[in-house]
Design a protein around this ligand. Structure first.
Ligand code: AMP
Ligand code: TRP
Length: 338
């Protein structure tokens, strides 16, 4: 018999640098959209951040800044559980158990590790290698059924399913759900503004290649106006954007920011040159992003309030996690006093 799991959303973002438009459109905006539809749990995954070096004097503030981004975008701590991972030790505890379930061969296939560790894999931390097992623990600790993420995280959610299946099989239980990745909408992979073949990320070399959620109106407009494009006007149909990575990216960003579709954007701007499309995109982006950036600055001026929200969320998260971790220990046969 298959257990019926209550629909529950879990997702997280690492506090390893400022939030980008990629984080907003690929993750946070969609977190907000799922709020109210089912139970939602959103985490600032600080334990994941330290898989690469983080300056201890900056980490706490970076954690607050992701939380401020969540709040500024419309996540409501009365509706969603908002917290930071390190305050709920059950993540690390279940993570260890999953280190013992996941196979080295599975980890060796993770493309994000290969990308991040690059040619110096020998010098990467053991945590960076084991990271996907901790991510599986984040999700399964709450029996989460839905995980909204950007395209780059699909493989990790699939690994989460593999870990759940192996655990259930090895221990002959039906305890962990088969989690679904939720990767939808026009902006599941926002690209770098200077090179349409690379993902927009927090850590690219030039600030001009990304939009940060904290960028002011002038800077947002300037970055879009300077974004790399090609000399052609926008085509009549989406097929015309095949092999035009930079153009396609700007159309997708426009579609996502305006809650529309790339098809509708092309229908509206068919034949338009960049002199018309870029200013329209810049105006739209400023209208949507600048107020959130301002709200983040306002929230960051009162760090004690953010800490209070995260402490309260952590308490709720601990209450949900505790019985699931305790049952996991029982299933595995770890002795605990009652
Ligand atoms: P990270 O910044 O790696 O912690 O990512 C947090 C979330 O943002 C994950 O769901 C990512 O898939 C998503 N994300 C990060 N960068 C992008 C991007 N360029 N396009 C779409 N989603 C992204
Ligand atoms: N690995 C994700 C990233 O790099 C962040 C993350 C950690 C996460 N735990 C998670 C995302 C659980 C969704 C669910 O973006």
């Amino acid at each position: 018999m298959t257990q019926a799991f209550t629909p529950r959303v879990f997702s997280g973002i690492k506090p390893s640098g400022g939030l980008t438009l990629g984080n907003y459109l690929g993750a946070i905006k969609r977190f907000v959209g799922m709020q109210g539809q089912m139970e939602t749990i959103y985490c600032v995954v600080d334990m994941h951040a330290i898989t690469v070096w983080q300056d201890p004097s900056e980490l706490a503030n970076a954690t607050r800044e992701v939380a401020a981004g969540y709040l500024a975008a419309g996540l409501d701590p009365a509706t969603s559980i908002l917290f930071n991972q390190s305050q709920v030790s059950a993540h690390a505890e279940l993570g260890w158990i999953f280190n013992c379930v996941a196979r080295v061969g599975w980890m060796n296939r993770m493309t994000q590790f290969k990308d991040k560790a690059g040619s110096s894999a020998e010098k990467a931390s053991l945590g960076l290698y084991a990271y996907p097992a901790l991510m599986a623990a984040d999700i399964l600790l709450y029996h989460a059924t839905h995980v909204p993420v950007g395209e780059d995280q699909k493989q990790h959610v699939e690994l989460t399913r593999d870990i759940a299946a192996k655990f259930n099989h090895d221990f002959k239980v039906d305890f962990f759900p088969r989690t679904e990745p939720v990767i939808d909408g026009p902006a599941t992979r926002v690209m770098n503004l200077r090179d349409g073949t690379k993902k927009m990320s927090k850590s690219g070399e030039s600030d001009m290649e990304r939009i940060n959620m904290t960028d002011g109106a002038d800077l947002i407009a300037k970055k879009f106006k300077k974004a790399k494009t090609d000399p052609e006007p926008l085509p009549e149909t989406l097929e015309g954007l095949k092999d035009r990575a930079e153009a396609r990216n700007l159309v997708d960003i426009y579609a996502s920011l305006s809650d529309s579709t790339p098809e509708a954007v092309i229908a509206e701007y068919a034949g338009a040159g960049w002199g018309r499309f870029k200013p329209a995109l810049a105006d739209l982006a400023v209208e949507k992003l600048a107020p959130m950036g301002d709200e983040m600055a306002r929230l960051m001026a009162d760090p004690a309030e953010i800490d209070r929200v995260l402490a309260e969320g952590s308490e709720k998260a601990r209450a949900l996690a505790a019985p699931i971790l305790a049952q996991t220990y029982d299933i595995v046969g770890l002795l605990r006093g009652r």
